[in-house]
Design a protein around this ligand. Sequence first.
Ligand code: C2E
Ligand code: CA
Ligand code: CA
Ligand code: CA
Length: 276
Amino acid sequence: AKVAGKNCHRFYSRAMDQAVERRVTLERELRGAWERGELSVLYQPVYHLSNGRMVGAEALLRWRHPEHGMVAPSVFIEVAEQSGLIETLGPQVLETACKDAVRWQNRRGEKGPLFVSVNVSPRQLRSPVLPKVVADCLVRTGLDASCLHLELTETAVIGDEAQVSRLLAELRQQGVKIWLDDFGTGFSGLSHLRRVPIDGVKIDRSFIADILRDPDDLALTTAIISMAHSLGITVVAEGVEREGQYNLLRERGCDLVQGYWLGHPLPREEFEALLG
Ligand code: C2E
Ligand code: CA
Ligand code: CA
Ligand code: CA
């Protein structure tokens, strides 16, 4: 048993070394990936449930590694967050998304403006320069502030709540809209809605996935919708993969939807083809 234990220990530490090594390698390779053209921003359309019209898009970052192909955002965003690389990558995504959204507004004309929503990581939210980064980007690109939505996760808001609230208030004063992403997965969602100034919540796709089968998930989704509405907050459901989910969400009064059933994340040119 002792020998097995020893082997076991050796095995785990080797696996751990490999994980650490992979991280360090990824971090090194991610540095400069933007400049080498390995990173791109995709856009997933967001629709209004009451009339089926497209109202905006979420910007999602992709990394095509020269040897390994596509790296999952859940992997490389984490690396960027931990290493601090997100502090340069974040603003690059923001700038690209704002620039592209200006193109869409020009093409849309009378159909009305689309919003673009950009994910902001916890680390970016801790940075006091964020409001200035956003303000400068809006000036440089000429995008109307109300067309820019920032998505924050619940966990990013937890912690220094007073400081985050001040920062969000500053952003909202510029006219930018704030959404709480992955809503329902944290533990204190309800209380945050009272204290943190936000415009919308995105119900996490883990709830949406099962609403047709699981009465609890449907009950929670319905409760989030009615609670948000009573506070004057817009509700987005993400991860809508079937028509049945779409219909059910419409019946329950959800405002906006996003998901594979309506449209996958697309490269800019393909997304722009949807604009007509
Ligand atoms: P997220 O913000 O929750 O983004 C939604 C994710 O759900 C995206 O995954 C999207 O491709 C996926 N998705 C959309 N519709 C469906 C659907 O119908 N079914 C299923 N199963 N999935 C759907 P993706 O692009 O892999 O991104 C994963 C996460 O990486 C994002 O989750 C976000 O947290 C992070 N991320 C992506 N781009 C950025 C970025 O530019 N900055 C930051 N800070 N984080 C980003
Ligand atoms: Ca998001
Ligand atoms: Ca989400
Ligand atoms: Ca469930």
